[in-house]
Write a protein that binds this ligand. Structure first.
Ligand code: F6R
Length: 611
């Protein structure tokens, strides 16, 4: 939930650290800090700046001082233990201000450790769990920083990615990870330790991925990695093809708007990566044919927006491949001792591949001998490395905290996977597959035509941003899109919104509708069109304004709903990928009208690496 970065090289590093933190800010933005070590005439000095609030505060503070030095660490925080306060911001230091450390994760046994260290005379200044780490390193340091970190981590329970520096080792950073991501960026005469790759893409595209329990010793010219038993290991660098322009705003007001607008490209790339000459390809090693043929059940595990892509996956897999699919929130799956028949397939969906709840669900599934296929936007992410196989979305880096292009790309993967499973299980013909692929190939253009309605959606936001509550309704294949539409509105505009199956309204929620609670309804041409029209009549009769998403040319809905957003026609089973797009734009425009920071909504972080 926090972003960490370290630099060792020859350049003055304060601005390098700050720029890296700017790209990591989506991971947390309630406070931040930088520490730099400067060696002058064989004398080493550490300077540190920490500020509460987003990175602009740190940037301003940095502009007012001179911070020289070619070794440093930085952190942008999402508070878990201890409120956003300068003393709780990282880096944290030992009693003598000689060792400094940044941390992403949670130290679960920090209380007994803190008591023990206080008894030994250590002085704590923050309320954080992290501070025990740096005092432990101080306590255990003899003359080797790697050893001290190694011994420290033996005492620690919980999750961490850390970077440590010491005044006694002016050319060295030590990093380690367990359940929180960490990569080494490899430069020329300089190296980086960082939570994720986009943060340093302007410096390098070559990375070493640090795995569970590993410790890494980094100087400007050398990287040494040790496994959890202390054995030195060699790794092959990973070269990413992401480039920095993909992670910049390119003239858009916000990353979220840019990413919404990038959806035709993201979805097209994702389609192309999996379909070649009208055939869907998936490596036997990612999902063996035998497992597909014999699978008794499929589970989808995911969180938040990815979970709603999971509901889309359920609909299409059950329709085409005729196999039962349970969709389970990953944070529940891990604790409910799920009954997983042998053989079963678990589809874990996680754009970041670093969501701890989803990773824990993957581990639970693997313990129970299920085959785990992960759908992720990040190759080499933890979820990918812990799963048996992977299917990727090709959305490029997503910086806005609220997911958009990765979601529609996850939906595209879900459609293709459903058709592939159906083919292998013999529940669909080649001709039918070819027909559906033709439809899916046309999806990017249909998304583009929805995005061309941007101005109209802006006008609607002008009308609707004044309401304090919303209910979103849909049925059958329309349901996952309204769930996502309601979540988007909640998280970026802070307006209360709930999503319901339209038929469920009369069993309770209809009590809420009225003049102050408009209803957003998905009413595409579909097998349940007349049912949802009845549901709209029910809410209209209770005085609610209705904003309907309907198929182009539907004149009936124009007479019934107060406002209509038209979407192009598509078979109902593939409608979610189109319907969700105007709902993203609607949430975005409402949030902008309300003056909200859409890229960094309050209380949220892009990657949730804590439970
Ligand atoms: C909402 C949003 C979150 C994520 C969730 C899972 O816009 O982005 O709900 O979908 O935190 O994240 P990933 O997909 O990275 O596992």
């Amino acid at each position: 939930m926090c972003g960490i970065i370290g630099y060792v090289g020859e350049k003055d590093c304060a601005s390098i650290l700050l720029n890296g933190l700017k790209r990591l800010e989506y991971r947390g933005y309630d406070s931040s800090g930088i520490a730099v070590l400067n060696s002058v005439n064989d004398k080493n000095e550490i300077s540190m700046i920490r500020r509460v609030g987003n990175l602009k505060k740190l940037e301003k503070a940095l502009s007012e001082v001179e911070m020289k030095g070619s070794l440093g660490i930085g952190h942008t925080r999402w508070a878990t233990h201890g409120k956003p306060h300068r003393l709780n911001a990282h880096p944290h230091s030992d009693c003598k201000n000689e060792i400094l450390l940044v941390h992403n994760g949670i130290i679960e046994n920090y209380e007994p450790l803190r008591k023990e260290l206080v008894l030994k005379g250590h002085k704590f200044v923050s309320e954080t769990d992290t501070e025990v780490l740096v005092h432990l390193v101080e306590e255990l340091y003899k003359d080797d920083l790697v050893e001290a970190v190694k011994e420290t981590l033996k005492r620690v329970e919980g999750s961490y990615a850390i970077v440590v520096m010491s005044i006694k080792c002016p050319n060295q950073l030590v990093g380690a990870r367990y359940d929180s991501p960490l990569v080494v960026g490899l430069g020329d005469d300089e190296n980086f330790l960082v939570s994720d790759m986009p943060a340093v893409l302007e410096h390098t595209n070559k990375f070493l991925i640090i795995d569970q329990g590993e410790i890494v010793n980094v100087t400007k010219g050398k990287v040494e990695i040790y496994d959890r038993n202390g054995n030195k290991i060699n790794k092959k660098p990973y070269k990413t093809n992401w480039d920095i322009s993909l992670a910049e705003k390119e003239g858009y007001e916000d990353f979220m708007l840019k990413e919404i607008m990038e959806q035709p490209v993201a979805v097209r790339e994702t389609y192309r990566a999996h379909v070649y000459k009208h055939k869907i390809s998936l490596d036997e090693s990612s999902l063996p044919l035998e497992i597909i043929k014999k699978a008794k059940k499929i589970f989808v595990i995911a969180c938040g927006t990815s979970l709603f892509a999971g509901f889309v996956a359920k609909g299409v897999i059950e329709k085409f491949a005729k196999i039962t699919v349970d969709v389970v929130t990953a944070s529940e799956f891990r604790y409910m001792n799920p009954i997983i028949p042998d053989p079963s397939i678990i589809i874990a969906i996680s754009q970041s591949g670093e969501t701890l709840d989803t990773i824990a669900g993957i581990r639970e599934a693997k313990k129970k001998k299920a085959w785990v296929l992960v759908v992720s936007n990040v190759m080499e992410s933890s979820a990918v490395r812990e799963s048996d196989g992977a299917m990727y979305t090709f959305a490029g880096p997503e910086i806005g905290v609220a997911a958009s292009k990765t979601h529609t790309s996850q939906i595209m993967v879900s459609y293709l996977l459903a058709l592939y499973l159906a083919k292998i299980r013999g529940t669909i013909t080649e001709d039918e597959i070819a027909f559906h692929l033709e439809t899916l190939k046309g999806v990017p253009d249909k998304i583009k035509s929805v995005l061309d309605n941007h101005d109209k959606i802006k006008e609607l936001a002008d009308i609707y941003h004044k309401f304090p509550n919303f209910i979103f309704i849909g049925r059958k294949f329309g349901l996952p899109a309204v769930m996502e539409g309601a979540l988007k509105l909640k998280e970026i505009s802070y307006i209360h919104a709930e999503a319901y199956p339209a038929g469920e309204m009369k069993h309770g929620p209809i009590a809420l509708v009225g003049e102050n609670c408009p209803v957003v309804a998905i009413v595409n041409k579909s097998s349940i069109y007349s049912k949802i029209i009845s549901n709209i009549n029910e809410v209209k009769a209770r005085g609610a304004s209705v904003l309907a998403l309907a198929t182009i040319g539907d004149s009936k809905i124009k007479n019934l709903a107060d406002h209509v957003i038209e979407v192009p026609e598509i078979p109902e089973e593939f409608s979610a990928i189109i319907n969700v797009v105007p709902l993203q734009l609607f949430a975005y425009e409402v949030a902008k009208k309300l003056g909200c920071n859409v890229d960094q909504p309050r209380n949220l972080a892009k990657t949730v690496t804590v439970e």
